[in-house]
Design a protein around this ligand. Structure first.
Ligand SMILES: [Zn+2]
Length: 276
């Protein structure tokens, strides 16, 4: 059996994650510039417009990233199947002849759309939270200013100012809650989403290409995992549910808790005969 090369998109993922980190710190800097001792609605509006501009440019960068990297991962996946099944001598040669069949074209479009939606949810969430926080802090600051004559102070107290600052900072970093109810900081979520989606595109492409070439089984890769995945390393799976033999169907394992979890690095090498 020819093991497929482990897909590695760390460099590309780190690049996108750093764009999110940069945007978060640009937004924080914009919010820190607000003069909370005497904030005006116009000043708040100007800050929010700048935040919207930062996020729009981040959305553009994300969209370009997804449009380039999901098809790349899928192409690697197709090439992996071609190489594993001995159709090409080297992985490079396999990559040069890799094309998307009908199943893979549809799959790539769907994964691109999913990933775009997941990443867009991050910036929309940040924008909504920041907008709400700026509105609230503006109102709080104006109220504190009106009340300051009452208690004999000439300025807003340090405590109130610190509270307002914290509200603004928290709004950028509250992050996003996923379908399973887990809370992620924006850049950690982006890291997980892009890692999971590139691996998904890669695996789907490998399976679709493998099945089209009549390889109905697969062998799970080994790298000495220490989590629950370790029980599955080297195991044979079915790529289609009705292939003969008493092997688990890959589709039932994916999205489960044991293997192929978010951030999982395991891949499946297509084979024509089920041998462990
Ligand atoms: Zn794993």
């Amino acid at each position: 059996m020819r093991e497929i090369p482990r897909p590695d998109y760390e460099y590309e993922i780190a690049h996108l994650v750093s764009a999110y980190k940069r945007a978060v710190s640009d937004i924080l800097r914009e919010l820190e510039r607000l003069d909370l001792t005497d904030i005006s609605r116009a000043q708040a509006q100007a800050a929010l417009a700048e935040v919207a501009r930062i996020l729009a440019s981040l959305n553009e960068e994300s969209a370009a990233w997804v449009a380039a990297n999901i098809p790349k991962a899928a192409t690697d996946g197709v090439a992996a199947a071609i190489f594993a099944l001995g159709v090409a001598e080297t992985f490079e040669e396999a990559r040069s002849i890799a094309k998307f069949n009908r199943m893979n074209r549809a799959m790539v479009d769907a994964v691109i759309a999913d990933t775009q939606a997941d990443l867009l949810a991050v910036t929309q969430n940040v924008e909504r939270k920041v907008r709400a926080a700026v509105r609230q802090v503006t109102a709080d600051s104006m109220r504190a200013n009106m009340a300051r004559g009452v208690n004999g102070r000439r300025t807003i107290s340090r405590d109130i100012l610190d509270g307002l600052r914290k509200k603004l900072g928290d709004s950028v970093n509250t992050g996003i809650v996923d379908a399973a109810g887990r809370r992620w900081r924006p850049e950690v979520y982006v890291d997980m989403v892009t890692r999971t989606k590139t691996m998904e595109a890669h695996m789907e492409a490998t399976i679709n290409e493998g099945v089209a070439r009549e390889a109905f089984y697969g062998v799970i890769s080994r790298h000495g995992a220490t989590d629950a995945c370790r029980n599955w390393e080297g195991k044979v799976v079915k790529l289609v549910p009705d292939a003969p033999g008493n092997y688990p169907y890959l589709g039932d394992l994916r999205g489960g808790r044991e293997i192929f979890h978010p951030n999982c690095k395991h891949v499946v090498t297509p084979v024509r005969k089920p041998v462990e």
